[in-house]
Design a protein around this ligand. Structure first.
Ligand code: MG
Length: 210
């Protein structure tokens, strides 16, 4: 299960995509490094791809972002114009498997708001810790996803997954913080958790429900 995180460009990662006047948001490097451990990263912007790519290269060159950022796939709404236009996440991947960090409510389709992580607009001012805040929200969301798909929009049919020979993950009220039950198709259950730094699963013990 690989979830895609779509990132807006202007006002979210950088101040704006103008060649001579582009400021990287504070905390950009550590935010991107964290996000990439757990998600597939793409850019979803109203800025034309060529100009967006140039901006990414510039902030990488300036040492504000890891080199891979300059190579991420870039998506545009159907008619990129630099004006506000709603982004359809289905362009990027199946609904429920794509989330977006974006500063413009107008960029988000009404019916896709459950998949939106709003961030305050950044226009180059010095003090700003929004990316750090979003990092924490993403970690929580990552846990929510593995805890049995507990949000309605991306609920999956657990039995179908088991029937297909794969494991499912879910939580219950008796578990400790960040503990998750992993159930195999043969009924075996384990208690596991996840290392937030690496996204790796950690076996805790065999689990028997009471
Ligand atoms: Mg924006």
């Amino acid at each position: 299960m690989r979830i895609t995180l779509a990132l807006d460009l202007e006002g979210t990662l950088i101040s704006n995509a103008l060649p001579m006047d582009c400021t990287a948001r504070p905390g950009l490097w550590s935010f991107l490094s964290m996000a990439r451990r757990q998600f597939r990263i793409v850019l979803y912007t109203n800025v034309f791809p060529r100009r967006a790519r140039a901006s990414l290269r510039r902030i990488v060159r300036q040492g504000h972002a890891p080199a891979w950022l300059a190579r991420v796939p870039i998506f545009n709404p159907p008619c990129p114009s630099g004006e506000q236009e709603a982004k359809d996440l289905r362009l990027v991947g199946p609904l429920g498997r794509v989330f977006i960090v974006d500063d413009s409510p107008g960029s988000i389709r009404q019916d896709q708001r459950p998949f939106w992580l709003p961030i305050k607009s950044f226009w180059g001012e010095g003090a700003d810790n929004e990316l750090e805040r979003i990092s924490n929200a993403l970690m929580q969301m990552f846990m929510d996803i593995v805890e049995g798909m507990r949000f309605e929009p991306w609920t999956l049919d657990a039995q179908k997954i088991l029937d297909a020979g794969r494991q499912i993950y879910y939580g219950n009220d008796d578990l400790g913080e960040h503990e998750v039950i992993k159930e195999y198709p043969d009924g075996k259950k384990e208690l596991v958790t996840f290392d937030f730094q690496t996204g790796k699963e950690i076996f805790l013990k065999h689990y028997e429900s009471l």
